[in-house]
Ligand binder design. Structure first.
Ligand SMILES: *Cc1c(COP(=O)(O)O)cnc(C)c1O
Length: 370
């Protein structure tokens, strides 16, 4: 029940589905600074769109990026029957465009769909739609190292009625955005604080999928943390408030006495693709990895004993985000002198090296646009 992301073969098989294309009349690219694009604020000229009705997904279409007209009674606006994904494409030194682990993202996308009763979209439609979109907007993929094209596939219910029920119609869209660093800190360490008052997710709920409500629920605690001068909340488990789970948009890892420890996927944690990539690379390097429960007290005890070597978050947006300090109740620890740890740096270089085509894609993670 807890998912792993096996990448099959490179090349991903034959893509048979047709994608209809309607081109935009002009481009907004010239008004966009690809060297410093911000994060998720500028969108490319086109988007991918697919409608579900009469019990089936219709033909995927790439159309000009535009506003949507929706009914005020649209189910999603009221009851949140929607899910999303987040992945990236990179421009390699050779000019080629690499999408990072689209199959793993599609697998999680499918798990999200199932949990929210949204009809699934098969991989060939998902991938051929997205590659057609990126191909058409390929000039938008930044060639500055560190920047990338963020890809946001999402699906939402489009029936118009005020009744909590499974929609019969849906819209699948994918929009793309040139992005730079996610945190204003860039690759500099972030500060985390636990919450006594709030929880993020509980096993059996929807914390293990990318459902919009999870993020709505996190806004108030995140705002309170920020008001106190912290970057983000470090979530503890909802039942005992004892075990570390994750950060708002990142999984969390601890290097304790040479062992890489990360909370096990027990149903309340988002199964990050970056988390999975880090685990595989670490194991490949011979670093022992433990996926298990880790109490916040264990983290503080390791800090006291001098064995807490590094802490970092993992996620598509920031890749690796070093954690400089953690506050829990009335205690604070600082990690690695609030600097960037060597393992965090090495993992960041390895993953970004693969993404930008500078290092061998030895796990078959890249889908190259031809
Ligand atoms: C997206 C996300 C992550 C990271 O997942 P990646 O696949 O590595 O991007 C971690 N936690 C939450 C809550 C997320 O939404």
């Amino acid at each position: 029940m807890f998912e792993t992301y096996e990448t099959k073969t490179k090349g991903n098989g034959a893509l048979t589905s047709d994608v209809k294309i309607t081109r935009s009349n002009g481009s907004r690219l010239e008004q966009t600074n690809l060297e410093d694009p911000g994060f998720g604020i500028n969108f490319t000229d086109h988007m991918l769109s697919m409608v579900y009705g009469d019990g089936e997904w219709k033909i995927p279409e790439v159309v000009p990026y535009d506003t949507l007209e929706v009914s005020p009674a649209m189910l999603t606006l009221h009851y949140g029957q929607a899910i999303f994904e987040g992945m990236k494409a990179f421009r390699g030194a050779d000019g080629a465009i690499n999408i990072f682990r689209p199959e793993a993202h599609h697998r999680r996308f499918t798990q999200s769909c199932r949990r929210i009763c949204i009809p699934e979209i098969d991989y060939s439609h998902f991938l051929s739609g997205i590659t057609t979109l990126i191909d058409l907007d390929r000039a938008w993929v930044p060639d500055t190292k560190g920047n990338a094209l963020y890809i946001r596939p999402f699906v939402f219910a489009t029936d118009n009625l005020l009744s909590v029920k499974v929609s019969k119609t849906y819209r699948f869209l994918t929009i793309t955005s040139p992005v730079g660093a996610y945190y204003k800190e860039g690759f500099n360490p972030v500060s985390l604080v636990t919450s006594d008052e709030y929880v993020r997710a509980v096993r059996g709920g929807v914390g293990n999928i990318k459902a919009p409500g999870n993020y709505a629920a996190s806004l108030l605690p995140a705002k309170k943390a920020e008001d106190q001068g912290f970057t983000q909340v470090l979530w503890l488990d909802a039942l005992e408030r004892k075990y570390v789970e994750e950060v708002g948009t990142m999984n969390i890892m601890f290097l304790i006495d040479g062992v890489l420890v990360t909370p096990a996927l027990e149903g309340a944690i988002l199964p990050g693709v970056t988390r999975d990539s880090v685990i595989r690379i670490a194991k490949d390097w011979g670093i022992p990895v433990e996926e298990r429960r880790i109490a916040i007290d264990e983290v503080f005890e390791a800090s006291e004993a001098g064995t807490l070597e590094e802490v970092f978050g993992t996620g598509t947006a920031a890749v690796i985000s070093p954690v400089g300090s953690i506050r829990h109740q009335d205690r604070s620890i600082s990690i690695n002198g609030e600097g960037i740890g060597p393992l965090a740096k090495k993992l960041f270089d390895e993953i970004t090296g693969i993404q930008y085509g500078e290092k061998e894609d030895r796990f078959g993670w890249l889908h190259k646009l031809s």
